[in-house]
Design a binder for this molecule. Structure first.
Ligand code: GDP
Length: 467
């Protein structure tokens, strides 16, 4: 059942306009003082209880231009935005960029005019600049609430929280805590002691210790959940930011993870296949990957599907050597936050090598998915789910349930794990109950022995195709 969940509030704005100081005051900790170089380097998150005991989740997003991609993700998971503008400096390039993100996300927002304790602060000047940027605040006859605050002294913060509560009451976010959790990855890294770590925000359902974690296939188990105060917790209900220990891979920032298996999205449902339909299956793709920094490079390499072969990878702009490698390896060049100098673009044109450039990791991954999905003319005749496994003598038997169509002993069998093709095989023996059979129909349970041997697991999907 859908019930209200705490709102997720994202703080956006130009660098140095006071986002960290504001959060800091709200959280009563001193993140700003501890930061290297004074610039917020990564998304952080915490929860706060307001005077009227309403829980809110805050996400701090970086303000530096290099973190544009991350910031856009911050606003995607948020229900409400706070646009922080220094009333001394006024509207700046990243303020305009933040306005674009908020508008694209279609979420309500509050303008915060910060640094009002300083003598040269000029809120009216900022409101006029905002009007020019098509954000008309309430004082100026518009609909956007604006609050003057000082993140340093705390002046105006009660009014800001009241304003947020009001916005929440107009657009109450909801979710179902009884579902298996889905969560968005805010930060992820490889810790030398603890292994892969991911900070996530639970969007729906409840994440529990002991739960398997999937991203198409299993990527580990939630061995421990740590909340934003560093405390071990047993479960994280909707809107809770939490760090997960126990993953066996570092999930890419901005991606979705789930406590329930995510079934193949690339295999169309039986009923939609039509006359010319068939299984779509992955074909190999060779790439040369270039990224601006090692962190992004590692995150992308970790998230690439296994059918992608990386011919070479490195940081920095795309080079002529990259184009030559792509040409000889029949591959493409993929750039993340890097440029291709004019001479390199020219060479790519001559050599007919495609260059794909991205600023957002999930867009890169989506494009790669599109490139590796190619239609193959094979008719899907049935599907089944492997629900158990048994061993009789030397045979490994898959206990299955036919979920769609029919499965016949003559069919070619594809075993899928998430959207990964585990392998192709044939049915050596097919049994329904105690009898040997040739065909099983939708709804029936059956046992199958495959030959050649295939390392199936309960949870895998069987697709029967016509030869
Ligand atoms: P961010 O880059 O947006 O996170 O900005 P910070 O929170 O790091 O703030 C940048 C600088 O402005 C820091 O030196 C803060 O101490 C200062 N600052 C932030 N808010 C205020 C404020 O309300 N009043 C004054 N006087 N200084 C502020």
């Amino acid at each position: 059942m859908q019930i209200p969940r705490p709102p997720i509030v994202v703080i956006l704005g130009h660098v140095d306009h006071g986002k960290t100081t504001l959060l800091d005051y709200l959280r009563k900790s001193s993140i700003a003082a501890r930061e290297t170089g004074g610039i917020t380097q990564a998304i952080r998150s915490f929860q706060l209880k307001t005077e009227s005991l309403k829980l809110m989740t805050f996400i701090d997003t970086p303000g530096h231009a290099a973190f544009t991609a991350m910031r856009s993700r911050g606003s995607e998971i948020a229900d409400i935005a706070i646009l922080v503008i220094s009333a001394v400096d006024g509207v700046m390039p990243q303020t305009r960029e933040s306005i674009e993100f908020i508008k694209a996300a279609g979420i309500p927002f509050v303008v915060v005019l910060n640094k009002s304790d300083l003598p040269d602060s000029n809120p009216d000047k900022v409101k006029t600049q905002l009007t020019e940027a098509n954000v008309i605040v309430e004082d100026f006859g518009g609909k956007i609430p604006a609050v003057s605050i000082s993140a340093k002294t705390g002046q105006g913060l009660p009014e800001l929280l009241e304003m947020l509560e009001l916005l929440v009451s107009l657009h109450p976010p909801q979710s179902d805590p009884d579902l298996p959790a889905t969560a968005v990855v805010l930060e992820s890294r490889l810790d030398s002691q603890k292994g892969p770590l991911a900070t996530v925000i639970v969007k729906n359902g409840t994440l529990r210790v002991g739960s398997a974690i999937y991203q198409a296939q299993v990527i580990g188990k939630a061995r421990a959940l740590i909340d934003s105060d560093g405390q071990n917790i047993k479960q994280a209900p909707p809107s809770t930011p939490v760090e997960i220990l126990g993953l066996n891979t570092v999930p890419v920032v901005g991606s979705l993870i789930s406590a329930a298996p995510m079934f193949p999205t690339k295999v169309p449902p039986l009923e939609s296949r039509g006359d010319a339909g068939g299984v779509t299956e992955s074909s190999g793709l060779n790439i040369i990957l270039r990224a601006d920094v090692a962190g992004s490079l590692e995150a992308i390499l970790n998230a690439l599907p296994p059918t992608v072969t990386v011919l070479s990878s490195g940081t920095g702009d795309i080079t002529e050597t990259n184009i030559s490698t792509a040409k000889s390896g029949a591959g493409i060049v993929v750039g993340f936050n890097v440029k291709a100098p004019a001479s390199v673009s020219k060479l790519a044109e001559v050599e007919k090598v495609s260059i794909y450039s991205f600023k957002i990791i999930y867009e890169l991954l989506e494009q790669i998915d599109k490139l590796i999905v190619q239609p193959v003319v094979e008719n899907i005749l049935g599907r089944a789910q492997i629900i158990a496994q048994f061993k009789i003598n030397t045979d490994r038997i898959a206990g299955c349930k036919c979920t769609e169509g029919v499965i016949n002993k003559s069919h070619k069998i594809k075993i899928m794990r998430g959207d990964i093709l585990v392998g192709e095989t044939r049915i050596k023996s097919l049994k329904s109950g105690k009898s040997n059979v040739i065909t099983v129909k939708s709804g029936l349970e059956f046992g199958a022995v495959f030959s050649p041997y295939i390392d199936f697991k309960p949870g895998d999907l069987i697709i029967a195709v016509e030869v």
